[in-house]
Design a protein around this ligand. Structure first.
Ligand SMILES: Cc1cc2nc3c(=O)[nH]c(=O)nc-3n(C[C@H](O)[C@H](O)[C@H](O)COP(=O)(O)O)c2cc1C
Length: 513
C-alpha cells in the first residue's frame, strides 16, 4: 500500500508551483499590506513567564571547530540545565540587536531569517532538569522567558512519535521547532513553506554549533509522526506545525510509556494581525509530507542519497586543509553575536585558504536522522568572482575529496546578480554558494518528507556557511533566486537538480551602524 508520504507528485506540485522566474516575479500582484503586518513573536497571554538566566556562561570553543565537529552522540560531559538551555536558546533564536529603520524597530535575532519576519518558534520538552521541572515549555523570544504549557515528563511521547529514535530515547531534553505560516506568508505567500525549513535551518545551524561548543550531543530528527507532536504543543495545525526535533544531551533511557494524557489546552495567544490569509498549497504540502506513526518514522529514517558528486573529468583544484592552529579562534559566542547579513559587499577577493576553510568546515558537521555521518543530500555549486589563486568561474565541490571541479571559466558577476533575483549582493560578493539537491533521488528515497529534509539541510548548510564566514571576519547573506535559471546555468552538470539555498560570501562594504 502506498502511504500519503510516498505519493510524491505532491512535492513536485508544491515545488513547481512556488518557483521564482523572471516572468513570475514580474507578473506577481502581491502587495505588502503593512497595516496588517503580523507580529514576529508568539506571545501566550495567560501563562506566567519563567525568566531565563541572562548571565549564562559563554561558549569559548572556536566557532570553526564547533561547526565541523559535533561531539559523540553519547557524550555525557555536558549537563543539560537551565543556564545551558538559556545559552542555547539565546544563541539560536534570541534577540541580538535592535535597529530602527525609519519608523520601524526591528529586533534582529541570532540567526538570519527571510524578510526578518521570524516565524519560527522553539519549544522545549524535558524531564526534570537542574533548575527546571519536567514539562513542555515555549521559548518567549520577546522577553527571554520560558512559559510552561504542560507539567510532567512528556519525552516518552517524542520517543513514541519517532519510533524510538536513538538520540531522543536518551535525551534529557529536546527542542521542537515550529513555524506559524502566516508570519512569513504575509510577504512570501505559498513560497513560505520553503522558508519554514530555510529559517528553521539557520536557527538549527546555530543550535548545533552552540551545543557542539558545549560538548553537548545534539541531532536533527525529522522523522516523526506529526499529529502527536503537534498535539503535545497544542498547535492549531492549520496555522502552525512542528518542523524538526533536536534531542539535547545524553542521560538515562527515556521511558516511552506512562506519558500523561494529552488534553487540548486552548491557550490564548496575542493576535498576530487584523486578519490572516490562508495559503492552501502550504497546508497541502505539509499534509502530504506527514508521517502517521512511530513505525513509519522508524522505516523512514536512515541515510539518503549522497550529494557528493561522482569523480569528474574536468580540471579541478585540490583545496589544502588549513591546520586548526592557523585558523581564527573566535568563539561560538563572538561569531553568533557578530553575525548579521551583509547589506553590501566590496568587490575584494577571499584567499583560497578562506574558501577552503569555509567549505571544509561548513559542510561536514550536520548530525541528522536522514544523513550518513559527515554526508549531505545537497551538492554545492559555486560561482567564484574573486578568490586569490582560483580562476573566476563556476565550480562543483567534491566534499570527500575536498576539491573544486571547474565547470566553466569566466567572469559571471552579471549572471550571478540576475540569478539572485536581480540584486547587487550576489554580483558583488566574492563567491556564491548554491545548494542543489537531486530531488528525484531524494523523493524516491524519502517520499514527500524528503522535500522537508532537502530544504532543511539547505538551510542548515546556509546557516553554517554564515558562521564559517563570520568566524573568518568575512560577511555573508542568504539570498533568494530564480529556480530553473540557476539549474540551467550550472548545467549540464546540474541538470535535473533543484535549488535549495543560496549563500553569498564576501567582504562587507560597510557595517550596519
Ligand atoms: C534564506 C534567506 C534568504 C534571504 N534572501 C535575501 C535576499 O534575497 N535579499 C536580501 O537582501 N536579504 C536576504 N536575506 C537576508 C535577510 O533579509 C536577513 O537575514 C534578515 O533581514 C535578518 O537580518 P540579519 O541576518 O542581519 O540578522 C535572506 C536570508 C535568508 C535566511
Amino acid at each position: 500500500m502506498t502511504t500519503t508520504n510516498q505519493q510524491i507528485e505532491a512535492a513536485w506540485t508544491y515545488h513547481d508551483g512556488t518557483k521564482h522566474s523572471y516572468q513570475s516575479v514580474r507578473s506577481g500582484r502581491h502587495v505588502l499590506d503593512f497595516a496588517n503586518q503580523p507580529l514576529p513573536f508568539k506571545i501566550y497571554t495567560d501563562l506566567a513567564p519563567i525568566p531565563l538566566p541572562k548571565e549564562a556562561p559563554p561558549i569559548p570553543l572556536p566557532a570553526l571547530e564547533a561547526i565541523a565537529a559535533p561531539p559523540a552522540a553519547s557524550a555525557r560531559e555536558a549537563v543539560v540545565d537551565l543556564p545551558a538551555l538559556a545559552t542555547l536558546l539565546y544563541l539560536s533564536a534570541g534577540i541580538t540587536k535592535v535597529r530602527r529603520h525609519g519608523g520601524w524597530e526591528i529586533r534582529y535575532r541570532a540567526a538570519s531569517c527571510t524578510g526578518a519576519l521570524y516565524h519560527i518558534d522553539l519549544y522545549l520538552v524535558c524531564g526534570d532538569l537542574p533548575g527546571l521541572p519536567a514539562g513542555v515549555y515555549h521559548f518567549g523570544v520577546h522577553d527571554f522567558a520560558l512559559r510552561r504549557l504542560r507539567a510532567g515528563d512528556y519525552r516518552g511521547l517524542l520517543v513514541q512519535a519517532t519510533g524510538a529514535e536513538p538520540a531522543l530515547a536518551m535525551a534529557p531534553a529536546a527542542i521542537v521547532c515550529t513555524s506559524t505560516f502566516w508570519r512569513n506568508a504575509w510577504k512570501y505567500q505559498a513560497r513560505a513553506y520553503r522558508h519554514c525549513f530555510w529559517d528553521a535551518g539557520t536557527i538549527l545551524a546555530n543550535l548545533l554549533a552552540a551545543a557542539a561548543g558545549m560538548g553537548m550531543p545534539s541531532r536533527v530528527v525529522l522523522g516523526f509522526a506529526d499529529a502527536p507532536v503537534n498535539a503535545l504543543l497544542d498547535l492549531d495545525t492549520d496555522r502552525e506545525v512542528s518542523l524538526a526535533i533536536v534531542p539535547l544531551g545524553w542521560g538515562d533511557a527515556v521511558s516511552p510509556t506512562g506519558v500523561p494524557e494529552i488534553e487540548p489546552l486552548r491557550l490564548e495567544t496575542r493576535p498576530l494581525s487584523g486578519f490572516e490569509t490562508d495559503y492552501p498549497a502550504i497546508r497541502a504540502m505539509h499534509a502530504a509530507s506527514s508521517l502517521d506513526s512511530g513505525a513509519e518514522a522508524t522505516s523512514w529514517r536512515g541515510a539518503g542519497p549522497s550529494g557528493d558528486p561522482a569523480a569528474g573529468t574536468g580540471r579541478s583544484v585540490s583545496l589544502a586543509q588549513v591546520p586548526a592552529e592557523a585558523l581564527p579562534a573566535d568563539s561560538v559566542n563572538e561569531v553568533i553575536l557578530r553575525r548579521g547579513s551583509s547589506r553590501q559587499f566590496a568587490r575584494m577577493p577571499l584567499s583560497l585558504a578562506q574558501l577552503s576553510t569555509l567549505l571544509q568546515r561548513g559542510t561536514r558537521g550536520i548530525p541528522a536522522d536522514f544523513l550518513a555521518p559527515g554526508a549531505t543530500l545537497n551538492t554545492l555549486y559555486l560561482i567564484v568572482h574573486a578568490v586569490d589563486d582560483l580562476p573566476p568561474g563556476t565550480y562543483v565541490y567534491h566534499r570527500t575529496a575536498h576539491r573544486l571541479e571547474l565547470l566553466r571559466q569566466g567572469s559571471f558577476r552579471d549572471q550571478a546578480g540576475f540569478l539572485g533575483l536581480e540584486q547587487d549582493l550576489p554580483a558583488d560578493a566574492s563567491v556564491n554558494v548554491y545548494c542543489l539537491a537531486d530531488l528525484h533521488g531524494v523523493l524516491r528515497r524519502f517520499g514527500n518528507r524528503g522535500y522537508r529534509a532537502a530544504q532543511l539541510e539547505g538551510g542548515i548548510l546556509g546557516g553554517t556557511l554564515y558562521l564559517g564566514a563570520y568566524a573568518q571576519r568575512l560577511g555573508a547573506t542568504g539570498l533568494t533566486f530564480y529556480d530553473d535559471e540557476v539549474t540551467t546555468f550550472f548545467s549540464p552538470h546540474a541538470a535535473g537538480k533543484s535549488v535549495m539555498f543560496l549563500t553569498a560570501v564576501g567582504h562587507p562594504a560597510r557595517r550596519r551602524s
